[in-house]
Design a protein around this ligand. Sequence first.
Ligand code: GDP
Length: 368
Amino acid sequence: METIYCQGCGVKIQTEDENALGYAPVTALEREDVICKRCFRLKHYNEVQDVDLTDDDFLALLHEIGDHDGLVVNIVDLFDVHGSFVKGLNRFVGQNDIILVGNKVDLLPQSINFNKIKHWLKRVAKEFGLKVKDVYLVSSTKGTNMEECAFELERLRQGKDIFVVGSTNVGKSTFINYLINRSIDQHDVITTSYFPGTTLGFINIPLDDQSSLIDTPGIINRHQIAHYLPKKDLKVITPNKEVKPKVFQLESDQTLFFGGIARLDIDKVDERKGFVCYMSNDIHIHRTKTDKADLLYDQHLGELLSPPSEDTIDEVPPLEPHTFQLNANHKQDIVFSGLGWVTVPQGNTSVTAYAPQGVRVLIRDAII
Ligand code: GDP
C-alpha cells in the first residue's frame, strides 16, 4: 500500500489495527482526502476517541517540541483546569516561551474577576512546573478575546513557529480553526503538510513562508470525566453556556447528589452555611439527609438521580469516596474534574466527595 497520511492529523494511515493511531478502514482509502478514524470521529461526532499514545510516542512528541525554537501555546479548559494540563511539558519546553490560553471562558459566570482567574492560572501552571509568559482567557466558539489573543501570539512569536498543545477536549481544534479562518479567506480549508521525521500526527499549518502553526495530537488525560461516562450522559453534564451558580444552605449530615454522577456529604460543618455549586445548568441537584443517601441512590439511580439514565447505569463506574478536611481561613472549591465544583465557605468543614472511579476530586482555593 502506498503511504497515505491523514488529512486531519498527519499521521500515517494504517488499516490493520483499529485501536492504534492512524487506523482507517480500507473503504476510506478510496476518498480523496483520507482521514483516520480518530479525526473522523472527532470531526463528525465531536467525540473524544481513546487512541493510546504509547509513552514512547508521548515522549517523542514532547522532545520534538523541546528541540524546536518556537512559541508554545498550551490550551487548558477553564472548566477543568487540572484535568487539562499536559503533564511533563515543563521538562521539554527548553528555552521556548509558553503562553497559557484558558479556553471556554463563556462558561464562567460573567460577574467574576477575570484578573483573579489569570493569576490563579499562573499559579496552577507553576504547580505543574511551567513558567508562563502570559495568560489569555478566550472562548474559541464565541470568539471572545480571540482577536486580541491572535494579535498577541503574532507579536510574541517573533517570526517563529507556534506549537499548540493541550489535552483532548480542551477546544484545541476549535481554537486553531478560528485562527485559520481568520487568516485564510476560505472556511473549512485546512492546508496540511507534514512534520518530517515523526509518526505523531503533527499538523503543520503555514503562517508565512518561513513559519507554521503546528497542531500536536491531543493528549488523553485519564482523569477526565469524558473517559468514564457514556456519550449520552456526557452531553447532559458538559455545560454549553454560562453556568448559573446554585446555592444550598447546608448543615452537618446533609448530602447533595449531582444527578447520580457525583455526591457530596457534609460530614461536619461548624454552622449552617451556603455551599455554591458551579455545574451544567442541566444537572439536577438533589438534597437529602446523609443517612438516607445510600437508600435513595440504590432505589432511584437512573430516574430521580439522573444522569445516568436507566439504560446507561451499567456503563458508569461505581462512585468512589474521597474524604477532605477543610479548615482554611478562606473559601475553597471541591472540584469534580470535568463536572464542576462546589465552593465551601471558610471555617472547619469535613466532607466526603464521591465521583465515578477514576475521576479526580481535588481541593483548591476558591477561584470565584
Ligand atoms: P480538542 O479535542 O481539544 O480539539 O477540542 P474541540 O475543539 O474538538 O472541542 C471539544 C469540545 O469543546 C467541543 O464540544 C467544542 O464545541 C467545545 N468547545 C471548544 N471551545 C469552546 C469554547 O470556547 N466554549 C465552549 N463552551 N465550548 C467549547
